[in-house]
Design a protein around this ligand. Structure first.
Ligand SMILES: Cc1ncc(COP(=O)(O)O)c(C=O)c1O
Length: 390
């Protein structure tokens, strides 16, 4: 996570706003701040309060395109938030009214763009269409004496770097039609991480595409470039260690699942890397052997609590073993519910490399250092365990 934060600081030619929704853990916020990320994309008052508490004085942008009037007022008057996203004239009116017609707003118009190449499309719900965008851009321009900008989201886990340049071309066209300059171009999130079977191009290709897109846009000399990465900043930062409660053929019943940290593994059938751990004589070790495909069931009584995988594990996996599931720093802990009374976890800080990395950190096989062995042993009393790395 520290390496990811530094990579974005060094390579992205603009301001990096961390999308808090990806992982709102206080230690994540603090690690990012310690490594230079001091701007945050927030989507709710609780996220704003979290940042106010753990990163006081940092810059926040309220990038949810639909907000309650109460949330807009509280953000503006109680927390000093000045940047608000919108994708309709109605939301623009709400923002203006709920801030008592403030003149120091930064208004960011979210555009709908194609989500080609993204594993998760985020188009459809938010974003103003191309033909309606010019009028909204003009209205936003007139509503503030401060910054007016454009934003978009190419979709999460975007596998195609050129998607950014294409979206910027679309944004530029809307600006030209409206006859206004943007003070901010916010290219959103979507920067990928690496998962089994989903190895994206290098992140450098993404910033190149953005640089090319920016160079061709209708902007002025002082126009700011922003991005809002979530996944790419934090995915590598955590694994979970979950316990096998029962083996039924090739089905493993675990103490974590789709209502816990494995939402994406269930609902997006996301392939996460796995590793088998076994404790013997109080010592934990990684188990290797002939690999077989397994599917997982979570601990709740819901049959949707199913992670089809396949997850490739040594064929002799058995009750009482632990499975480390890697790359769960983004949209893992953030999605945890307490359904059926499950969801407890201990958190331990570790210093080993992530299972895979966009930042050149990963090792193929990661031996467990002594301290981690102790952590894993403690697990036998715990329901599940989340590991984190700085
Ligand atoms: C407005 C906004 N910005 C940024 C992000 C982060 O996206 P990602 O995790 O794909 O980088 C999201 C994710 O939903 C979002 O809605």
């Amino acid at each position: 996570m520290a390496a990811a934060a530094r990579w974005f600081q060094t390579n992205f030619r603009g301001d990096v706003f961390y999308a808090v929704k990806a992982n709102p853990s206080p230690w994540v916020i603090e690690t990012l701040v310690a490594n230079g990320v001091t701007s945050f994309d927030v989507a709710s008052i609780p996220e704003i309060e979290l940042i106010a508490q753990h990163a006081p004085g940092s810059r926040m942008a309220f990038m949810h395109p639909v907000k309650s009037r109460a949330a807009i007022s509280a953000a503006y008057f109680d927390h000093g938030v000045r940047t608000f996203a919108l994708d309709t004239h109605e939301e623009l009116a709400k923002i203006v009214e709920a801030t008592s017609e403030a003149k120091d707003l930064n208004l960011i118009v979210r555009l709908a763009v194609a989500a080609e190449g993204a594993a998760y499309s985020l188009s459809g719900k938010f974003g103003v269409d191309a033909h309606e965008a010019p009028a909204l851009l003009l209205a936003a321009r007139r509503a503030t004496q401060d910054l007016m900008g454009v934003s978009f989201h190419v979709g999460s886990q975007c596998m195609r770097p050129t998607a950014y340049q294409a979206a910027m071309t679309q944004a530029s066209r809307a600006l030209v039609r409206a006859g206004v300059f943007a003070d901010v171009v916010d290219v959103g999130g979507g920067f990928p991480s690496v998962y089994p079977g989903m190895v994206p191009p290098a992140l450098a290709d993404y910033v190149d595409s953005i640089d090319r897109g920016f160079a061709e846009m209708m902007v002025h000399e002082t126009t700011e470039l922003w991005c809002e990465p979530g996944r790419a900043l934090v995915a590598e930062g955590s694994s979970i260690i979950t316990k096998v409660e029962l083996r039924k053929g090739e089905a493993l019943y675990l103490n974590d699942g789709s209502y816990g940290s494995l939402f994406d593994a269930a609902h997006a059938k996301w392939p996460f890397p796995v590793k088998l751990l076994r404790t013997e004589g109080g010592e934990a070790r990684e188990v290797e052997g002939n690999l077989k495909p397994f599917k997982f069931w979570g601990p709740t009584c819901d049959s949707l609590d199913h992670m089809p995988g396949p997850f490739w594990l040594p064929e002799d996996v058995r009750e009482g073993d632990y499975i480390e599931i890697g790359m769960l720093g983004a949209y893992g802990v953030a999605m945890n519910t307490r359904f059926n009374g499950f969801g407890d976890a201990e958190i331990a800080e570790t210093r080993d490399a992530p299972m895979a990395s966009m930042f050149g950190l990963a090792r193929r096989s990661i031996p467990l250092p002594k301290q981690e062995n102790q952590n894993v042993v403690k697990l036998s009393r715990a329901r599940s365990k989340k590991r984190r790395r700085k």
